[in-house]
Design a protein around this ligand. Structure first.
Ligand code: UD1
Length: 427
C-alpha cells in the first residue's frame, strides 16, 4: 500500500485544473442501462470508483470503453445478459445501488446486493426501495439481495414523497421514472448539481423532466430513451478541496473550471473566515484577504447548504484559525474520524455526538496519520501542507477513489508532496 508524504511549506501559487464530478459520473454511467443506444460521457474523472462502476456495468453485459486516457467513457447496453449486481462489487461502493432503478425500468426485473454499512455511518437504502415500490415494483429482500420485479407492463408513474432528502434515492427514482407509464412527481427531491446534471443528460436521451434543481421534480414517462453525448459537470468537492489549499497555506491559486454557484454556501463561509474568492473567466481565484483566517461555525446540510463532503477539509482549515469554531454534521453520523488524526498533528478538537469544537492553534506539527475515508484522507493532506515538518498519510487507497492526480495537482502549485510505496512493517 502506498503512503503520501507531505512537508509543510509556504504559500502555494498557480493553477489547478478541476476534474469532472465523481458523484455525477457515478450516476450518469448507470443511465446507460436505460437505453440500447450508445451513451458517451466526456470530462469523466480518472478514479478507482469509476473503474468499480465500469466493472459492475460490464458484469451486467454493458460495454464500457475508456477513451482519451479515461476522460471519455463510451457506454452501450445493447445486450444486457445479466440482471444481478453481485455482492463482491456492490460492497466496494454504495453507488452500485444506482443500477437498480434503471434495470428495473427497462427490463422489468433486477437483483442487486444490499450495500453493507460503511465507515461514515449506517447509510441504509430504504428510501431507494420505497420509491420503486411506489412505482409498483415488488421487492423481496433475500440472502442480502433485493429481488425486484416491475408489474406487467412496466413501472407506473407515482407520487414519491421522500421523508428526508437523499441524493442517491432521488437519482434512482428519477432514472426509473423516465421509462415508467404516466407521470411521476418526486417531492422533497435532492437539489444537488449532480441531480441537475443527471436530468440534463436524461433529457438529451429523450426523457421528459421538469423541476430539477428544485425540491419537486416531475417526470413524464416515455416509451424508450435514445443515445446521447454529455459532459460531466465540474466536481464541486474537488474544487472546494483545492480552494482550501491557499486558504490554509497562503498564496493565490486559480481553480480552473470552478463556479461559485456550485459551492455558494461554502464560499460564504470562506468569506466569513477571511478568504477571498473571485470569479475569473477561467474559474475561481482564491487567496487570504489579510493573511489571517478567523474561526467560523459550519452546519452541513443538503444542497444548497454546506456540503458534508467538505466538512473534513474545512476542519483542517479551522484547526489553525483564530478563535473557536463549531462544526455540526447533520447528514451522516460518525463523520468525524479525521478529528483524532488531526489531533495527532497538534489540533485541539473536542467531538460530542454530531458536533466538533475546534480551538484554533497557531501551528500544526507533522505526524504519521491514517486516512479513514475519502474526504478525511484529503483533509490530512491539507493539514500536512500547513504543518511544521513531515506528515505521512497511510491508507491512501481511500484518496484514489475520489481525487485524480492529487500529488501532481498540488506539486503544480508548489506543494512538497510525494507518493511512496509503504515500507513493510518489521516483525
Ligand atoms: C451522496 C454522495 C456522497 C454525499 C452524500 C450527501 C454519491 C455517489 N455520493 O451519497 O458523497 O456525502 O450524497 O451529500 O453521490 N438515507 C436513508 N435512507 C436511504 C438513503 C439515505 O436514511 O435510503 C440517509 C443517509 O443515511 C444519510 C442521508 O440520508 O444520512 C443522506 O444520504 P444520501 O443523500 O442518500 O447520500 P448518498 O446518495 O449515499
Amino acid at each position: 500500500m502506498d503512503q503520501i508524504i507531505v512537508r509543510g511549506n509556504g504559500p502555494l501559487n498557480g493553477e489547478i485544473p478541476i476534474a469532472g464530478a465523481k458523484n455525477a459520473c457515478l450516476t450518469l454511467m448507470p443511465a446507460t442501462l436505460l437505453t440500447d443506444q450508445p451513451l458517451t460521457l466526456t470530462n469523466a474523472p480518472r478514479l478507482s470508483d469509476i473503474r468499480t462502476m465500469t466493472e459492475l456495468l460490464r458484469s451486467l453485459g454493458a460495454e464500457v470503453a475508456s477513451l482519451q486516457d479515461g476522460q471519455v467513457l463510451a457506454l452501450s447496453s445493447h445486450d444486457l445478459n445479466n440482471h444481478t449486481a453481485d455482492y463482491d462489487i456492490v460492497r466496494k461502493m454504495r453507488a452500485s445501488i444506482l443500477v437498480l432503478g434503471p434495470m428495473l425500468a427497462r427490463d422489468g426485473h433486477a437483483v442487486v446486493s444490499l450495500p453493507g454499512g460503511c465507515a461514515i455511518g449506517a447509510r441504509p437504502v430504504d428510501l431507494h426501495l420505497k420509491a420503486l415500490e411506489a412505482m409498483g415494483a415488488e421487492l423481496d429482500l433475500r440472502d442480502g439481495y433485493v429481488h425486484a420485479k416491475a408489474p406487467a407492463g412496466g413501472l407506473k408513474g407515482a407520487v414519491i414523497d421522500f421523508p428526508l432528502v437523499s441524493v442517491g434515492a432521488t437519482e434512482n427514482a428519477l432514472m426509473a421514472a423516465t421509462l415508467a407509464r404516466g407521470t411521476t412527481v418526486i417531492r422533497n427531491a435532492a437539489r444537488e448539481p449532480e441531480i441537475v446534471d443527471l436530468a440534463h443528460c436524461l433529457r438529451r436521451m429523450g426523457a421528459q423532466i421538469e423541476g430539477e434543481g428544485t425540491s419537486t421534480i416531475t417526470v413524464e414517462g416515455v416509451r424508450a430513451l435514445g443515445g446521447a453525448t454529455h459532459p460531466v459537470v465540474t466536481d464541486r468537492i474537488e474544487l472546494g478541496t483545492y480552494m482550501l489549499a491557499p486558504a490554509i497555506c497562503g498564496g493565490e491559486v486559480e481553480c480552473l473550471g470552478g463556479r461559485i454557484d456550485l459551492l455558494a454556501a461554502f464560499c460564504e463561509k470562506l468569506d466569513a473566515a477571511g478568504v477571498s474568492v473571485t470569479e475569473t473567466d477561467r474559474g475561481l481565484k482564491v487567496s487570504r484577504k489579510n493573511g489571517k483566517v478567523r474561526a467560523v461555525d459550519v452546519v452541513t446540510e443538503p444542497f444548497p447548504g454546506f456540503p458534508t463532503d467538505l466538512q473534513a477539509q474545512m476542519m483542517a482549515l479551522l484547526c489553525t484559525a483564530e478563535g473557536t469554531s463549531v462544526l455540526e454534521e447533520k447528514i451522516f453520523e460518525n463523520r468525524f474520524m479525521h478529528a483524532p488524526e488531526l489531533t495527532r498533528m497538534g489540533a485541539r478538537i473536542e467531538v460530542h455526538g454530531g458536533h466538533a469544537t475546534v480551538h484554533g492553534v497557531s501551528r500544526l506539527r507533522g505526524a504519521p496519520v491514517m486516512a479513514t475515508d475519502l474526504r478525511a484522507s484529503v483533509s490530512l493532506i491539507l493539514a500536512g501542507l500547513a504543518a511544521e515538518g513531515e506528515t505521512i498519510v497511510s491508507r491512501v487507497y481511500h484518496l484514489d477513489r475520489g481525487y485524480e492526480k492529487v500529488v501532481r495537482k498540488l506539486r503544480g502549485v508548489g506543494a512538497q508532496i510525494e507518493r511512496i510505496k509503504e515500507t513493510p512493517a518489521h516483525d
